[in-house]
Design a protein around this ligand. Structure first.
Ligand code: COA
Length: 535
């Protein structure tokens, strides 16, 4: 493979200026991350700890193998919504290693409104289960939740992907032979009672864990019966009388040990084999990405500059270098794993789409995972291109992405606009993982274009009705659209709503992609299967 050579002078004033701009965004991101990872209010944290309970992230630390990474997902879910009363949407999800097994861990954070579920909590929980299903990861649920956040019930209770979906998914995961273990470390009320009840095995913590379909206040209202939570559904009752739980733990630490010991009897899956090479660090320092990450999306950027700071030895076997240059395609290795990479270098044309489709076919036939590096303004528009059949060729690329039978991973390092988002494996195309850099932006089109389109439509309406065009109104319209798009296209807006799996430090991109590929090997890749390509 050839070594990529950088054309960027990292000592130049332009580089330094770009880096400074990026670092400003990056510091803000790190500060928000620090805040959300603290969990609930100080009072709630104090109350939780005074009960002898460990915090959600500490529980996870004790559950996973020492000195192994934990890839936390969507840490900023719900950020900027609900007056920021739900840090991380009150739930911690991520991939960790237990007895050498990559595992999906879902932990309620009881310091955030009693660990109750708003729409984003449910979305995060369901996304974790989806990743577990796609990659055959066993699941551990660390349950400590009051169930649905009742004021939000109309947005979270009955629909297809609402609260009930969690238990539906548990049944489907179980039928697929994917192990699920619950530890009841706090409340497990109403529908939430099904989390442990539908798990293969569950552990309940003494004088701390409770499981019941209706809590004491509800029982009193319904039947008049007065009963304590412990009598109704505590650890003692469930491990000795009801049989709802399987293991009795003295405290949090003990319960986590029992869970680890259960993992010793969960068999390893038959993993997909890949030709794994020797790991090499990139020739270029990944920290240089801080000065390369596109803060100003209007400035062109050669995506090879990103690739050479992510892949092993900065080595890249490029495919069709001279053809359709606005899409860079080629093979490389990331921490030894073979990958095919598609990275944007400008607008998508007909030939770009054909090149991308051909390359995806290569990856699929070679059973090589695919990485999409997105910085895309969209498909080319105009009479000439429509006549050439840009819609037909773009459709081929979308087909290939949607039917990819190897794991695909997406990183949005710049912009992600319009149908370019679809063609480059946006969320709807089920990449196994999708991350954004803090500077990234995502929307149906850029703010400028959206404002121009809407102003043109308005202007045409006035002209059609033979009215005078009110220039000032159009100026205000443009301003308001620009403001709206600026706000709604930020990485924070996206991640808050789980359009992605989280915002990441560009330097971690390499490590995170490798973790993702390793995780994906737990399910064997299927054979190629495509639909009808319009020729
Ligand atoms: N919906 C909305 N808010 C809830 C809630 C629910 N289901 N359960 C708890 N909360 C809120 C509380 O109002 C409180 O909010 P605040 O911090 O703004 O005052 C916060 O969560 C913590 O609750 P609190 O009762 O003070 O904490 P706790 O640790 O002593 O008890 C629970 C936590 C979950 C055991 C307890 O609140 C409870 O039993 N909740 C009701 C559970 C239920 O019936 N759920 C059915 C849903 S289907």
């Amino acid at each position: 493979m050839q070594k990529l050579v950088s054309a960027i002078d990292t000592t130049s004033p332009e580089f330094k200026e770009k880096k400074e701009k990026f670092l400003k965004i990056f510091q803000e991101y790190k500060e928000i991350l620090r805040q959300v990872q603290q969990g609930g209010s100080e009072a709630a944290l104090k109350k939780h700890i005074s009960r002898g309970k460990l915090l959600a992230r500490k529980r996870i630390n004790l559950l996973v193998d020492p000195d192994t990474p934990f890839l936390e997902l969507s840490s900023m879910a719900a950020y900027g919504q609900y007056d920021n009363q739900f840090p991380a949407a009150g739930i911690v999800t991520g991939i960790g290693v237990i007895h050498g097994r990559e595992t999906m861990i879902v932990a309620n954070d009881a310091t955030v409104k009693g660990g109750t579920y708003i729409a984003e909590t449910i979305k995060k929980h369901i996304r974790a289960q989806e990743i577990a299903m796609q990659n055959r990861l066993p699941c551990v649920y660390l349950v400590d939740s009051g169930g649905i956040f009742l004021p939000e019930q109309a947005r979270v209770f009955p629909d297809k992907f609402d609260f009930g979906r969690i238990f539906y998914n548990q049944a489907r995961l179980s039928a697929e032979g994917i192990a699920q273990i619950s530890i009841v470390m706090g409340s497990c009320t109403a529908g939430g009672a099904y989390v442990p009840a539908m798990s293969d095995e569950n552990i309940i913590v003494k004088k701390q864990g409770t499981i019941f379909i209706g809590g004491p206040p509800l029982v009193k209202t319904a039947t008049g019966e007065e009963v304590t939570a412990e009598e109704l559904g505590g650890a003692d009752i469930h491990t000795s009388i009801s049989g709802v739980s399987d293991h009795f733990a003295g405290n949090d630490e003990h319960s986590l040990q029992i869970c680890r010991s259960i993992f010793e009897s969960i068999p390893f899956p038959d993993r997909q084999k890949l030709d794994i090479g020797v790991i090499e660090e990139p020739d270029y320092d990944p920290e240089e990405l801080y000065g390369i990450a596109p803060v100003d999306l209007k400035q062109p950027l050669d995506s090879r500059e990103i690739i050479m700071r992510i892949v092993d030895g900065s080595k890249f076997h490029e495919f069709k270098t001279r053809y359709a240059p606005t899409l860079v395609t080629g093979f490389a290795r990331i921490l030894g794993f073979p990958v095919g990479i598609l990275a944007n270098n400008g607008v998508l044309f007909s030939e770009t789409a054909l090149k991308g489709t051909h390359f995806i076919e290569l990856c699929i036939h070679r059973k090589t995972p695919i990485i999409f590096l997105q910085n895309i303004t969209g498909f080319i528009v105009g009479k000439q291109y429509e006549r050439q059949g840009i819609a037909r060729d773009g459709a081929k690329l979308v087909h290939a992405v949607a039917n990819a039978t190897v794991p695909i991973f997406s990183v949005i390092f710049g912009g992600s606009f319009g149908a370019g988002n679809y063609a480059m494996a946006g969320r709807a195309y089920e990449p196994r993982l999708l991350f954004m850099w803090p500077n990234a932006r995502i929307s149906v089109m850029g703010g400028d274009q959206a404002a121009d389109v809407l102003v043109t439509i308005k202007k045409d309406q006035y002209i059609a009705s033979k009215k005078e065009v009110p220039d000032e109104e159009l100026v205000q319209l443009k301003k308001s659209i620009l403001k709206k798009y600026d706000f709604e296209s930020s990485a924070y807006y996206s991640t808050s709503r789980l359009w992605d799996d989280g915002i990441i430090d560009p330097v971690d991109t390499r490590k995170i992609l490798a973790l993702g590929i390793s995780m994906s090997l737990n399910r064997k890749f299927s054979d190629p299967k495509f639909g009808v390509f319009r020729m």
